[in-house]
Design a protein around this ligand. Structure first.
Ligand code: CMP
Length: 490
């Protein structure tokens, strides 16, 4: 309907003028006076000019309706047709109409007119050469498009990498929207054809970004890799598939440069995801006690300095676990003495669903997946644990078999504390049993939500009252086993 309305006026004008042209000779024959000669001249020219201009107008509108609105936009995958292309076609049609007017209405030599306009064009072109360069680069951008409207492009402006979304490709410039939505940038087309432009989210519809992290040359490579990978995987923003990875980039005099690579989708801002990844990486490095590389100016005349401690001690790790926050250093030290360090490779299973278990694990580094397998059904992912969290408390506290399988998603470092070590602590510190019971209740409630009602806690009620029920069970279980185990004491 809208298309028909678009064509209505040019069609009517054309029809009217053609009608006028048809009866023009009859009309002129009737006018014989001197004034009639002028009217004759005027009318003949006006109708001629009108026909050519209205014809160009009609053809332009027809192209709009049939090509721009349908064919071209479907060829461009539903994206709008660039303004520049529309303007060029319009200009061409009216230039053609102008030539027609000169040649057919005024009986002038068209070649002469084009030749004169060529000289004028040269003078004009010299004066406006940068404008013309922009225009032709704009045409080139259309003929061989390195990007389309809606694409994200990146280019270097001085030393700064600029990333923006293409909004419109115009005569002189390309209009882009900065990634942080704060500004619109107009880039001269001639500049775009001289710098190298990266079409960021092509061809996969996602981008891979890299964060470079310099670490001291003495760093334990395997440890650093797993801490960095766990940090990238647990940061908000990067895609889980394809997963982030960590590679060694280079070795410099200041240390070893690690590359943390990750993918993310176009909906997220590159800067924000980079911030999230760096935030997570720096936090994880600080937690693991791995310093970033420092500029070195010292000349070493004696033996090399001692390498940094390879891992944080069990004491340092346990001290930061919220469970032991209220403990004195001596109390934490007593647990740490009995903690066994366990280093895992990606894919290693620490505890398996259904097996008996008598120890609690604290995550020092890396990520671990907690999943459950229900008879005849697929595996269901319950959670992902990271540094500072613990697992294995359910079997340890209740005596039940392991409720889930815990598997290393990246390389990981754990500390294992057995029941015999924890028994005297639970006897002395009832608040620890309370906290553990709350964790169990919270996790079971979360599992119920993930798996459906069948996995509901026995009482099916609120986590708080369920925690109390559990607490009773824990006390019973521990008081029965205390008769078997002699308290370790510290
Ligand atoms: P346990 O049953 O001894 O062994 C499997 C462990 O997985 C379990 O103790 C919990 O520590 C842990 N676990 C179970 N469900 C969750 C969950 N939803 N979130 C985190 N850890 C869990």
């Amino acid at each position: 309907m809208q298309n028909l309305r678009r064509l209505l006026w040019p069609s009517l004008t054309c029809a009217l003028l053609l009608y006028a042209a048809y009866f023009l000779e009859d009309l002129l024959r009737e006018l014989r006076s001197g004034a009639a000669t002028q009217a004759h001249f005027f009318l003949r020219h006006a109708v001629g000019i009108g026909i050519w201009l209205a014809g160009a107008w009609l053809v332009n509108e027809l192209i709009h309706v049939t090509i721009w609105n349908r064919a071209a936009s479907s060829a461009l995958g539903g994206r709008p047709v660039p303004q520049l292309l529309k303007h060029l076609v319009t200009l061409f049609l009216f230039a053609l109409a102008l030539t027609g007017i000169l040649g057919f209405v005024f009986q002038k030599s068209v070649t002469g007119v084009w030749a004169t306009s060529g000289v004028v064009g040269l003078v004009f072109g010299f004066a406006a050469r940068s404008l013309i360069a922009d225009l032709f680069c704009g045409i080139a951008l259309h003929l061989d498009p390195p990007f389309r409207i809606g694409d994200w492009i990146e280019w270097k402006d001085g030393n700064e990498e600029v990333l923006a979304r293409v909004e419109q490709i115009n005569w002189r410039s390309t209009r882009v929207h900065a990634r942080d939505d704060t500004k619109t940038i107009f880039i001269p087309n001639s500049m775009l054809s001289t710098v190298s432009v990266t079409n960021v989210f092509e061809p996969h519809g996602r981008t891979r970004q890299v964060v470079r992290v310099p670490l001291d040359a003495d760093v334990d490579l395997a440890r650093a890799s797993r801490v960095l990978l766990a940090a990238a995987m647990s940061a908000e923003g990067p895609l889980q598939q394809p997963p982030p990875d960590v590679l060694l980039d280079s070795v410099t005099t200041d240390g070893i440069i690690f590359c943390v690579r990750y993918w993310h989708s176009p909906e997220l801002s590159v800067t924000r995801v980079r911030h999230q990844v760096l935030y997570s990486v720096m936090g994880a490095l600080q937690d693991a006690g791995i310093p970033t590389a420092r500029m070195r100016h010292a000349v070493l005349t004696e033996s090399r300095p001692q390498p940094l401690p390879t891992t944080r001690s069990a004491f340092e790790i346990l001290q930061r676990v919220p469970l032991f926050q209220a403990f004195s250093s001596e109390e934490v030290q007593a647990i740490a003495q009995h903690a066994v360090q366990r280093e895992l490779s990606q894919g290693d299973v620490v505890v398996r669903q259904g097996e008996p278990g008598r120890s609690l694990f604290f995550v020092a580094e890396g990520l671990l997946d907690v999943w459950i397998e229900r008879a005849g059904q697929e595996v269901v992912m319950l959670n992902r644990l990271s540094a500072g969290q613990y697992f294995g408390e359910m079997s340890l506290l209740t005596g039940d078999p392991r409720s889930a399988t815990v598997q290393a998603a990246t390389g990981a470092l754990l500390f294992e504390v057995d029941k015999a070590t924890l028994e005297p602590i639970l006897a002395r510190r009832p608040e620890v049993a309370q906290l553990l019971a709350e964790t169990v209740a919270g996790r079971l409630t979360q599992n119920r939500d993930t798996l459906g009602r069948s996995a509901a806690p026995a009482n099916g009620g609120a986590p708080q009252s369920f925690a109390e029920l559990l607490l009773g069970r824990i006390r019973k279980f521990f008081s029965s086993s205390q008769e078997v185990h002699s308290p370790g004491g510290y």
